[in-house]
Design a protein around this ligand. Structure first.
Ligand SMILES: Nc1nc2c(c(=O)[nH]1)N[C@H]1C(S)=C(S)[C@@H](COP(=O)(O)OP(=O)(O)OC[C@H]3O[C@@H](n4cnc5c(N)ncnc54)[C@H](O)[C@@H]3O)O[C@H]1N2
Ligand code: MOO
Length: 593
């Protein structure tokens, strides 16, 4: 069961005529064995109540424990605004929601929409001064049926759009007619809808293919939801993510502050200097400066009432008189209370990674603690009967060269490795490895293949874990797997070859960390290759080093049984299928040497 978010209801619009797919109810079409409707409802399962507006299906494969309601628009097929009217009424039955609550509106024909995309909409609405936020799809088109509204704005929009519209007119107004004034859009890559049989076939093909790295990342974001938030001091949780926005508790500056060493002056120049008074940073008692007077003031000191500040460079002093230099710009060298932000301003939106900048800016805003998600705790399990820690491995044994360094890479990925254990190649060892400890994630190295001594797949099946990624179209890393145990624990299987394990981790696990902490997808910087790189039909992950002119030299191939190739390459180049030889490549910088 995903974590519940209070104050959000969802309206799933499932009743369109599907005029471009005659003879079918498109929302009941299946992609990878599940109906589009079930996929959309599952994505919205974190909401307090989910209302489906449309015909009631016989069976719906969605999480249990959901407050799921059905309703129909009136008249039937009366258009999206009437569907929203029916849906909104159903969200309000037996409850007394506030106008500021969030209502998600989602059309039911989105094969790939997922919880985190919808949460992104909610967070965007909560952190912006707008009445509704809509998704734009990959072509940049605004999807007005994929949005988060403030409840009051949705109600007013519906009423406005339907005012004077004859209820007998079959197709009512479009959602555009209901839009409030202040709206925003955000780009989401998972909200392409299915309108035609061709689009349905394409979605099925995507869902059934072994995913390349891009798609595997997408699946991670789609299937791993954020863990419950905890209250904590921001400074204690680097690597975590904000669950709520940081909202300024006080203005900045909190009082009128001198920005420069100089003079606090009242009235027009020249001023008469009062040498008995000096305003220093930290003074408590208010200082008053008479009209036509000037007193010394230090950077950071409170500005006396009615005074302005002029820095030393802009004045000349003769005896007791202070003159503004004729070439000095006319400006106040004070930072006035609330000039940078006022109390209530959003300093960092929900989902922000807790960077040192977030910690510091929050302190500036009077915020020490917040609701946050800590970096996921990881148990590393290095598997393989052949592995040893002995400096002189006995014949046939292999020195474990991953366990000692993987935690450093995992930390770089935004995870919090808590221990490294070893595990033999027996089923019992693997069952224990999946179960032991209290971590959020178990990363198992080795045993991902289908060979005689590769028990991970069996252990995952025995644990009734839900597969998220079963193999990747990626070299190395083809046998990578990710699944979710019924307890919510994530099990990552990394290929045993050390370079394959590290490369796969660095390419994929930042997305796992962000998904579990409710953060945004990681940035994917690109670089220009120093020489053309042949295209391939799977993702390739190769060592890369920057040249003197800022381009990237990418190794043609790599030996995977050790990390020697990363000694003189500071990055990995991710070469996605479909790229042209001279196209930029994704660059994954590795932890500093
Ligand atoms: N018939 C096939 N065999 C293999 C294939 C294949 O496609 N068909 N893929 C190969 C590739 S590529 C990889 S990667 C591995 C993945 O297998 P596992 O995840 O089950 O890994 P293991 O078999 O346990 O180990 C592979 C290799 O790496 C060495 N190893 C493992 N852990 C460590 C460690 N901690 N430190 C140092 N070295 C380690 C291990 O001894 C093996 O030599 O499958 C291939 N086989
Ligand atoms: O995952 Mo293996 O190379 O593809 O080392």
């Amino acid at each position: 069961m995903p974590e519940r978010s209070s104050g959000v209801d969802a309206i799933v619009l499932a009743g369109g005529r599907g005029s471009r797919m005659p003879g079918t109810d498109k929302v009941l079409a299946t992609v990878d064995g599940r109906t589009l409707l079930a996929r959309v409802v599952t994505a919205a399962a974190f909401c307090d109540r989910v209302v489906i507006v449309g015909p009631r299906p016989d069976h719906l494969d969605v999480p249990t424990g959901l407050d799921l309601v059905h309703t129909r628009e009136s008249p039937h097929f009366g258009g999206p605004v009437r569907a929203l009217r029916a849906g909104l009424a159903a969200t309000e039955e037996n409850s007394d929601p506030s106008d500021d609550d969030v209502v998600l509106t989602v059309s039911a024909d989105l094969p790939f929409v997922h919880e985190n995309a919808l949460r992104t909409l909610v967070d965007a609405l909560r952190s912006r001064p707008v009445e509704a936020v809509f998704a734009t799809d990959r072509t940049g088109r605004v999807q007005y049926l994929v949005g988060a509204w403030r409840r009051g704005a949705l109600r007013r929009g519906i009423e406005g759009a339907l005012t004077g519209v004859d209820d007998d007119r079959e197709r009512g107004p479009s959602v555009r007619a209901a839009l409030p004034q202040a709206t925003a859009t955000i780009a989401l890559d998972d909200v392409d809808d299915v309108d035609t049989p061709e689009e349905l076939a394409a979605a099925r093909a995507v869902a059934e293919r072994v995913p390349d790295v891009r798609r595997a990342r997408h699946l991670v974001r789609a299937h791993l939801g954020p863990r419950p938030p905890v209250a904590g001091r921001l400074a204690d949780h680097p690597g975590g993510t904000l669950a709520d926005p940081v909202v300024a508790a006080r203005p900045f500056p909190t009082f009128d502050t001198s920005a420069m060493d100089g003079w606090a002056v009242v009235g027009a120049p020249p001023w008469v200097v009062d040498d008995a008074v000096v305003v220093t940073a930290g003074v408590r008692a208010p200082v008053t400066v008479g009209d036509g007077r000037a007193v010394r003031i230090a950077t950071g000191a409170p500005v006396p009432l009615q005074a302005s500040v002029i820095r030393d460079e802009y004045v000349t002093r003769t005896g007791r008189h202070l003159h503004r230099r004729s070439d000095a710009p006319v400006r106040d060298d004070a930072r006035r209370i609330g000039e940078d932000w006022t109390a209530g301003a959003v300093i960092a939106p929900a989902g922000s990674p807790i960077s040192p900048a977030v910690v510091s800016a929050a302190l500036s805003a009077g915020v020490e603690s917040a609701l946050l998600r800590t970096a996921p705790r990881v148990h590393v399990v290095v598997s393989g009967d052949e592995l040893t820690d002995a400096a002189e491995p006995p014949p046939g044994s292999i020195r474990d060269t991953v366990g000692p360094v993987l935690p450093q890479y995992l930390r770089w990925c935004g995870l919090d490795p808590v221990d490294v254990r070893r595990c033999g190649d027996t089923d019992a060892d693997f069952d224990d490895a999946l179960r032991d400890g209290d971590g959020d994630v178990v990363v198992i190295v080795g045993a991902t293949g289908a060979g005689a001594a590769d028990p991970l797949a069996g252990a995952v099946a025995r644990a009734a874990a839900r597969p998220v990624v079963r193999g990747m179209a990626c070299r190395p890393g083809g046998s990578t797997s990710i699944s979710v145990m019924p307890t919510g624990r994530v099990v990552v299987g990394l290929p045993g070859n050390p370079y394959a394990a590290v490369a796969t981790a660095c390419v994929l696990l930042p997305d796992v960390a962000r998904a579990l902490t409710g953060g945004p997808a990681p940035h994917r910087p690109t670089g220009v290759p120093a020489a053309p790189i042949p295209s391939s039909d799977v993702t390739r992950v190769l060592p890369a080093a920057m040249t003197a002119d800022g381009r990237w030299r990418v190794a043609e191939s790599v030996r995977t049984a050790h990390l020697a190739a990363l000694v003189d390459h500071e990055a990995l180049a991710v070469l996605n299928p479909g790229r042209e030889p001279t196209d930029p490549v994704e660059i994954v910088l590795l932890p500093p040497r």
